[in-house]
Design a protein. Sequence first.
Length: 337
Amino acid sequence: MARYAIRRLLFAVPTVLAISFVVFALLDLAPGDPTAHLPLTIPPETRQQIRQSLGIGQPFPVRYLRWLEQFLVNEPLNLLEALLGVEIGDSGARLRVRSWTTRSPVVDLIAERLPQTLAVVGISYLVAILIAVPVGVISAYRQHSIFDRLGTVVTMVGFSVPTFFTGTVLIVIFSATLGWLPSIYDTTHRVTDLDSLVYQVKQMIMPVMVIALFNAAQISRFTRSAVLDTIHQEFVRTARAKGLTERVVIGVHVLRNSMIPVITVIALGIPSTFAGAVITEQIFRINGIGALLIGAIEGADIPTVQTVTFIFAVLIVAFNLVADLLYGVLDPRIRYD
């Protein structure tokens, strides 16, 4: 498996580079001027100096390589310095792509917003898996039962209804009508005692459930379908004929052999969840990656949009690799050598 992982990593490098070129080239064609929002009283020569300081006007290959250098060289070195507590080379001379709106390094803006997004998306996806897998297994095991039919209706509704509608309904019910939960997520809130912890849990319930229900609907349907395909196989009948209990048959033989397509859906759904959280963050006013991306699009902040889009693409490539490696762990029949 180690050799296969190395080969996949080597294959992923040109893939990521190709994606980076496409993302940068397409967004570079978008109209935008970092001095468009400056007062009209600023002289043209000053505007030109600002453009030059941000790299505007240089040839396309130079701008692309400068943008790519931030991820491949400069930011890894900055992270390594932060972890080791020592300076590696001249850190002040390292090129950092800056936002046109705030003039701050784009990666610093992402690092500032990332904890809020990770907290909401990570917890919601974990909740979705904990709900979806048992529901899918039970629905397949008790096919055509009341539980199966009810689960089918709920999952179809959960997958069909968009998150912005679900989030709005939850705000109207639990915030505006009942007053149980806050409608706006306070990203400046810090947990220092029990009361602050309770408030943190309350403000996370609605955004977490909105994303979790949407993802659980998809994962549970794939789990049900995969378990139904496996539960009637010959090796399952053999396991029952040996006198194994239903818990062992379902939990060991059926579930493990059914998880390959489910793992694919779960792994590839993580980047999609990050992208889908953009809408949820807008509904609950979460100051995360989604808010950063929307603000950058509205302000024509091309470097920020390029960076966030590229990160989403890298996540897709990375979790594709993770899914492929997990196949061999779940199914011993799969060999990579």
